[in-house]
Design a protein around this ligand. Sequence first.
Ligand code: UDP
Ligand code: MG
Length: 139
Amino acid sequence: MAGNQTLTMIKPETVSKNNIGPVLKQINEAGFRIKAMKFTHLTKQQAGEFYAVHADKNFFEDLTSFMSSGPIVAAILEKENAVADFRELIGATDPLNAADGTIRKLFAESKSRNAVHGSDSDENAITECNFFFSQVERF
Ligand code: UDP
Ligand code: MG
């Protein structure tokens, strides 16, 4: 339902450090329900499509290389006010600026390897959920 869903990715370094479980625990304890979930590995081209809005940024090459460097977990999360509440739960892009107790503060290594993705608007949440999941994959 528009407005109540957001898209997250648990990024490659979080997966490789065996932190999928701890991150999902934080997400569930914050009141988000999982509506769809996929363990997958993006190609560099798919990472570029997902982050197309950043194609002109100097970090785009590093971002798409990193996001295609290993498996990720993609999930649709549902909660009232999902987009804003999830951005609050994950904290600022750079973990140095993330509030105590946020997922990025707890798990991120750096501004580029920052543990998780969260949609930044309802419109982008819909686009990003559709990027990973068909309607029949949502529960
Ligand atoms: N990123 C980076 N360097 C920057 C800004 C962003 O490597 O200076 C990466 C980082 O992984 C971030 C992603 O690009 O999560 C998308 O950037 P955005 O500004 O949308 O941050 P987010 O919405 O993820 O907080
Ligand atoms: Mg963003």
